[in-house]
Design a protein around this ligand. Structure first.
Ligand code: ZN
Length: 95
């Protein structure tokens, strides 16, 4: 994979140093997708959406519900994001 570079907050980072975070509508992070590894690269938000939610139906539903994606560095991920923490805002949906 060629070294893809991305700009985040004025910093230029290799895509392999980045991760897409899925934010739930309440503001809690609920998922992470490595932005670049091996031959895979998810350089744009659209590519990341397609990887996380392969069907248009899923993407539309989550986007309608105000889920959003944010690209950040692994450093910030390690400092700010704790996916193990339970979301305090919603009761676990009955599935
Ligand atoms: Zn929450």
């Amino acid at each position: 994979m060629p070294d893809l570079l991305v700009q985040i907050d004025g910093q230029t980072l290799p895509l392999t140093n980045c991760v897409w975070i899925t934010w739930a509508p309440c503001g809690c992070p609920c998922g992470a997708l490595t932005a670049g590894f091996g031959d895979e690269a998810f350089a744009t938000e659209e590519q990341a959406w397609r990887e996380i939610y392969p069907t248009k139906r899923e993407r539309d539903r989550h986007q309608r519900q105000d889920y959003r994606l944010e690209l950040m560095s692994w450093d910030r991920y390690r400092a700010d994001i704790d996916l193990a923490k339970r979301c305090p805002h919603v009761k676990k949906a009955a599935s």
